[in-house]
Design a protein around this ligand. Structure first.
Ligand SMILES: Cc1cc2nc3c(=O)[nH]c(=O)nc-3n(C[C@H](O)[C@H](O)[C@H](O)COP(=O)(O)OP(=O)(O)OC[C@H]3O[C@@H](n4cnc5c(N)ncnc54)[C@H](O)[C@@H]3O)c2cc1C
Length: 380
C-alpha cells in the first residue's frame, strides 16, 4: 500500500478523489472568482459524511481515524484548497475540540450538528494586536452570576461571516497568564455577537474570513468549553491537529500543481519537442515530485502519531513547515513551467500559487513553526 495506508484508508482516498473530481473541482474556479462559500459543495460533503470523519459515530461522525481525515483534506484540496481548508478545521480542530473538551450537553448540542454538516464552526483566537503572539489578546469574559459577559474584537476568523457555532478564546484572568485564558462556545444569533463582512483576499477566496466583534455578549456558564483557565491548552491542542490538516492541504495543492505541470510539459511543444524533454523543465518536475513525496511522508507520520496517542507537536510543525513551503516554491515552479499561460486568470496553477501562500501563514507562520521545532530540538 502507498505510504503504508490500510485498505480502508485507500478506499477512502479513492472515494474522496472521485467525490472531489465530480462535485468540488468543477466549481473551484468560479468559487475563487466569485469569492463565495460553496454551500452546494458543503451540502454534498455533509450528505457523504465527509465533515465528521474523525468524530465517533455516536456524535454523528464516521468514527474513522485522523489519518483518514487528512486523506480527505488532501484529496479535496487537490480540487479546491478553500474547501479542503474548511474541511480541515471544521472536523480536525473544532469537532475534535468539542469532543475532547466538551460536556455531554455541548457534544449533543454543538458537536452532532457540526459532524453531520448541518452547522459550520469557527475557531477564533487571533486579534488585531495578537497574531503570532497569542498572549497579547485583549478579549475578556467577566463573570456575572451564572453568566459570562464577553467583550473584544477577533480578526481573521475563518467562516466568520457564516458560522453557526463560534469558539472564542478570551481572558477570564489575565494575571494568571497561561492559565488565565478560557474558551467559550457562542452560537450565531447570540445578542452581542457581531460577525463582520468577508475580507477580500489574494487567495483561498472560497473561504470566508472576517472580523467578529463581541460587545457585552452574554453566555451561560454551560457555554464554557473546558475548565476556566484551560483555554490556551484547548487552543494549542486544536492548532497542533490543525497543522497536520494544513500540511495535508498543502500536499493537495502541490499534488494538483505537479499533475497540471506534467500535463502541460507533455503537451507543450517548443523547439520541436515537448518541453518535458528539455532538461531544465524535467528537473523542475523531478524536484516537485520529490518534495511532494517528502511532504506526504511527514504529514502522514504526524497524523499516525496522533492516532497512536503519542506526542506529535514537533512532527505536526515539521509537516506544516515543510509541506507548506514546498507547496509555495513548487506552485511558483508550476507557473514557470506553464510560461505565459500560467500567468493568466483561469489557469489552475495561478490559483494554486495564490492559495499556497496562506498555508505558510495561518495556524502558525513558518517562523512560528521553526520556533516550536527549534525549542524541541535545542532543549536537551
Ligand atoms: C485567511 C486567513 C484565515 C485565518 N483563519 C484564522 C482562524 O480561523 N482563527 C484564528 O484564530 N486565526 C486565523 N488566522 C490568523 C492567522 O493564524 C494569523 O494571521 C497568523 O497566526 C499570523 O499572525 P499575524 O497575521 O498577526 O502576523 P504577525 O504575528 O504580526 O507576524 C508578522 C510576521 O512576523 C513574524 N514574527 C512574529 N513574531 C515573530 C517572532 N517572535 N520571531 C520571528 N518572527 C516573528 C511572523 O512569522 C510573520 O512573518 C487566519 C489568517 C488568515 C490570513
Amino acid at each position: 500500500m502507498e505510504l503504508g495506508f490500510t485498505p480502508e484508508q485507500e478506499l477512502l482516498r479513492r472515494n474522496a478523489r472521485e467525490f472531489a473530481a465530480r462535485h468540488v473541482a468543477p466549481l473551484a474556479a468560479a468559487v475563487d472568482e466569485e469569492a463565495r462559500h460553496p454551500a452546494e459543495v458543503f451540502a454534498g460533503l455533509a450528505e457523504g459524511g465527509w465533515l465528521g470523519i474523525p468524530i465517533p459515530v455516536e456524535y454523528g461522525g464516521a468514527g474513522a481515524d485522523f489519518v483518514s481525515h487528512c486523506i480527505a483534506v488532501e484529496e479535496i484540496s487537490r480540487a479546491c484548497s478553500s474547501t479542503g481548508f474548511t474541511l480541515s478545521f471544521h472536523a480536525g480542530i473544532i469537532g475534535l475540540a468539542l469532543l475532547n473538551h466538551g460536556t455531554a450537553r455541548q457534544r449533543e448540542e454543538y458537536l452532532v450538528p457540526l459532524a453531520k454538516g448541518r452547522h459550520l464552526g469557527a475557531f477564533s483566537l487571533t486579534e488585531p494586536g495578537a497574531g503570532t503572539d497569542v498572549m497579547a489578546i485583549g478579549a475578556t469574559a467577566v463573570r456575572d452570576g451564572g453568566d459570562y459577559v464577553l467583550n473584544g474584537v477577533k480578526t481573521f476568523v475563518s467562516n466568520g461571516p457564516i458560522a453557526d457555532t463560534y469558539i472564542f478564546f478570551v481572558w477570564t484572568d489575565r494575571a494568571a497568564r497561561g492559565r488565565g485564558m478560557s474558551a467559550f462556545i457562542v452560537p450565531r444569533g447570540t445578542p452581542g455577537l457581531y460577525p463582520q463582512e468577508a475580507m477580500k483576499k489574494m487567495g483561498l477566496r472560497g473561504s470566508q474570513t472576517s472580523e467578529v466583534i463581541l460587545k457585552d455578549c452574554r453566555v451561560g456558564e454551560e457555554n464554557r468549553l473546558g475548565a476556566e483557565g484551560e483555554g490556551l491548552a484547548v487552543a494549542m491542542a486544536g492548532f497542533e491537529r490543525g497543522r497536520v490538516g494544513i500540511a495535508a492541504q498543502a500536499c493537495g495543492i502541490l499534488g494538483a500543481a505537479l499533475e497540471e505541470s506534467i500535463r502541460h510539459a507533455r503537451d507543450r511543444v517548443q523547439f520541436g519537442r515537448p518541453i518535458a524533454s528539455h532538461q531544465a523543465v524535467a528537473w523542475m518536475l523531478a524536484d516537485m515530485a520529490t518534495d511532494l513525496e517528502a511532504a506526504r511522508h511527514l504529514t502522514y507520520h504526524a497524523a499516525r502519531l496522533r492516532d497512536a496517542g503519542r506526542p506529535f507537536a514537533k512532527e505536526a510543525s515539521m509537516a506544516k513547515l515543510f509541506a507548506t513551503e514546498a507547496a509555495m516554491r513548487n506552485t511558483v515552479k508550476a507557473v514557470q513551467i506553464h510560461g505565459g499561460y500560467g500567468y493568466v486568470k483561469g489557469a489552475k496553477v495561478e490559483r494554486l500559487m495564490r492559495d499556497a501562500k496562506i498555508a505558510e501563514i495561518y495556524e502558525g507562520t513558518s517562523e512560528a513553526q521553526r520556533m516550536i521545532i527549534s525549542g524541541r530540538v535545542v532543549r536537551p
